[in-house]
Design a protein around this ligand. Structure first.
Ligand code: PLP
Length: 367
């Protein structure tokens, strides 16, 4: 990325040699990103991240079909806000929308999709791996079902690409979104794979960059960083996936065994290897997050804290959990720098922290 800033600073659209140097490094990164998801490099469009890729897929498909009878969009209740809020925005513009439910395992059922599909369904957008609980959705089967009814299918693979094998052909989708910062690339850069020949209106209009699908001078340093990150992720995926899954299982088993009133949220499998989401009865997730942070352990809550009130996690809510469980859950994510020592420390400090927090609230244990 430093070299891209200092030496390959040309504009990839320029014909002179500075421009052509920049174009060469962008093309190299495009091939690396394509290889990560089993795609052809010519079908990769660079964007500013997962959010933009999701918007391009959903708005682009919707706008391309705006003057046709296909006015129905399907997604799931556990999508990231980048998808959910885009679907909501299109509902205000006249789209009919269906959000598929999930059971307590956090997995979208093919039968639910079959039941929701209509002759006028334009697009089905379902995430590959969920960002809060890590469950992996049966995208290949969902794709088959959607395509049988003539609907396009998009997968948000932001949480799976770089962590588990993702292959656009095996998944059978028409569009797939990814984001570099989820596999150690820089922030603010992502990509979307769009099946060749798919009609999609661009969300950004302007120049002819990225085959006319995404206008604007390319973020060359970001793209280069994403390419290198994709190469590294692909090379290390099998070994790192096994290592992380073992660490995650040790953490999960350790916490569920050492801390009373804990329960795992969502299915154990299929799941991405780095994530576990655990509910701590009679504990406010935000307080636990802060206490763990003081110990040097960084975790997150699915629930958002706005103006001092905890918003329940929409994912856990969709899984049918009671209000308290949607607000007392913590996501632990493991990554490249984590070791068994980190995991064992978390297991060691948690019982006392949880006990202290429960003592403060003094509410009775719920079943
Ligand atoms: N989709 C999913 C499943 C995500 O987890 C995220 C980010 O957390 C996004 C989309 C948005 O990606 P970005 O932050 O690159 O815009």
């Amino acid at each position: 990325m430093s070299a891209a800033l200092a030496e390959d600073f040309g504009n990839p659209s320029s014909l002179h040699h500075f421009g052509q140097r920049a174009k060469a490094v962008v093309d190299q990164a495009r091939s690396a990103v394509a290889a990560l998801i089993g795609a052809d490099a010519s079908e990769i469009i660079f964007t500013s991240g997962g959010t933009e890729s999701d918007n391009l897929a959903i708005r682009g498909a919707w706008e391309a079909l705006e003057r046709t009878p296909r006015r129905h969009l399907i997604s799931s209740a556990i999508e990231h806000e980048a998808v959910l809020n885009t679907i909501k925005a299109l509902a205000k513009r006249g789209a009919e929308t269906t959000l598929l439910p999930v059971g307590d395992e956090g997995i979208v059922s093919p039968d639910a999709l079959r039941a929701a599909l209509r002759d006028d369904t334009a697009l089905v957008s379902i995430m590959h791996a969920n960002n809060e609980i890590g469950t992996v959705q049966p995208i290949a089967e969902l794709s088959r079902i959607a395509r049988e009814r003539g609907a396009m299918i998009h997968a948000d693979a932001v949480q799976s690409a770089g962590k588990i094998p993702v292959n656009v052909k095996d998944l059978g989708v028409d569009m797939l979104s990814i984001s570099a910062h989820k596999f150690y690339g820089p922030k603010g850069i992502g990509a979307i794979w769009i099946r060749r020949g798919l009609r999609l209106l661009p969300t950004l209009t302007g120049g002819k960059q990225e085959r006319g699908r995404r206008a604007g001078t390319e973020n060359v340093p970001g793209i280069v960083g994403m390419g290198v990150a994709a190469d590294i992720a692909r090379a290390k995926m099998a070994e790192e996936g096994t290592r992380l899954a073992a660490l995650r299982d040790r953490l999960e088993t350790g916490i569920l065994g050492a801390v009373s009133g804990t329960i795992l949220n969502g299915a154990r499998a299929p799941r991405v290897p780095n994530t576990t989401n655990i509910s701590f009865d009679r504990v406010e997730a935000e307080s636990l997050l802060i206490a763990l942070d003081l110990e040097g352990i960084a975790v997150s809550t699915g629930s958002a804290c706005s103006s001092g009130t905890l918003e329940p996690s929409h994912v856990l809510k969709a899984m049918g959990f009671p209000a308290h469980r949607t607000q007392n859950s913590i996501r632990f994510s493991l990554g490249a720098s984590n070791t068994q020592t980190d995991v064992d420390k978390a297991i060691a400090v948690l019982p006392e922290i949880v006990e202290k927090l429960r003592h403060l609230t003094r509410t009775p244990v719920r079943a």
